[in-house]
Design a protein around this ligand. Structure first.
Ligand SMILES: [Fe+2]
Length: 327
């Protein structure tokens, strides 16, 4: 199946109507009035944690259900959130762009991350900011990362890391000009039935190596791991097709077959302003179709946050019990 003919929906999609959107916007406005209005300040995250509970029941119920069972697609799409494109500044074009000051979309992201668990960031990635811009950057078109605009291959977010995010949140502020850029998702729950028992068995073996990106400064500390772990019928997934290398011939073959299965079951979601996609990073790989940036201030603009379901497990990595993992 080609990318152009992939399914464009995921099973867990909820579109909020005007009354819910207005109620969410009121809570967000309260949140934005909260000092210190700096996203990464502990006091602001604490306020977001409390404001989450003041949101209408619809988004809170959706997240509660998703936390318990992320479904066959391992993703939740919330549409119709209050993001007013006309209020936005130009889409940033600089590398490593992040958000530091409290804004409506940043409040939505951090509150939702608190609903999923706790927001986290990695100090080595975008300066450890809890809300990061995902925008095309001039000269970085072919980068296999959030600054590029060519096809981004399927990956588990931060696959090399022991405490990789449990959830990746992607909120669309502005779509690309042609509205062709798609978030691609492929769930191991859908792909597994397409795999032979022999290939499945190999994917459970510790025969794969994943390297951290250069920004983490640990290029020599490649991690050896299995691609699948846990329940044979509903496993956890850990792979980055741009950074994971098979160590044996059978592992190479199994990885090729897994890649084929992902292409068969992939969904492509074209995010529109006010759409929030939440990816269960334990069972889904994600990527992006190619698109054409114009660098005119109106290019595609997503904001991204990560969440851990259980913050305590990463305590060793988080100085002062903060929300940023030091390495
Ligand atoms: Fe990613």
């Amino acid at each position: 199946m080609s990318i152009a003919t992939e399914a464009h929906t995921i099973e867990s999609t909820i579109a909020f109507g005007d009354p819910v959107r207005a109620a969410i916007a009121r809570t967000v406005a309260d949140m934005l009035a909260t000092a210190p209005r700096r996203i990464d300040a502990p006091g602001w995250v604490a306020a977001a944690r409390e404001c989450w509970h003041r949101l209408p029941v619809e988004p809170r119920l959706a997240i509660s259900r998703f936390r318990r069972d992320s479904g066959p697609d391992g993703a939740q799409l919330l549409r119709g959130l209050p993001v007013r494109e006309e209020d936005l500044p130009d889409t940033p074009t600089v590398p490593e762009s992040v958000q530091r000051d409290a804004t409506q979309p940043a409040a939505l992201l951090v509150m939702t991350a608190c609903g999923l668990g706790e927001p986290v960031a990695f100090r080595a990635e975008k300066h450890g900011a809890l809300v990061q811009d995902v925008v095309p950057v001039p000269g970085a078109e072919s980068v296999q990362g959030n600054s590029g605009s060519v096809l981004l291959t399927f990956h588990t977010e931060n696959a090399f890391h022991q405490h990789r995010p449990d959830y990746v949140l992607l909120l669309c502020l502005r779509a690309d000009h042609e509205r062709v850029a798609g978030l691609r998702l492929a769930s191991i729950r859908r792909a597994l039935p397409l795999m032979s028992p022999a290939d499945r068995e190999v994917l459970f073996r510790d025969e794969f190596v994943t390297v951290p990106p250069p920004s983490f400064g640990r290029a020599d500390s490649a991690v050896s791991h299995p691609v699948l772990s846990g329940d044979p019928d509903d496993p956890d997934l850990r792979i980055d097709f741009a950074a994971t290398t098979p160590r044996t011939g059978r592992a190479e073959q199994a990885m090729i077959e897994l890649g084929r299965a992902f292409e068969t079951v992939a969904r492509t979601v074209r995010l529109l302003p006010g759409d929030l996609a939440i990816v269960d990073n334990r069972v889904v790989v994600h990527g992006r179709t190619a698109f054409q940036p114009n660098y005119d201030g109106r290019d595609r603009w997503l904001q991204r946050s990560f969440a851990l379901a259980d913050l305590r497990r990463s305590r060793l990595y988080r100085p002062d019990d903060g929300n940023v993992l030091a390495n």
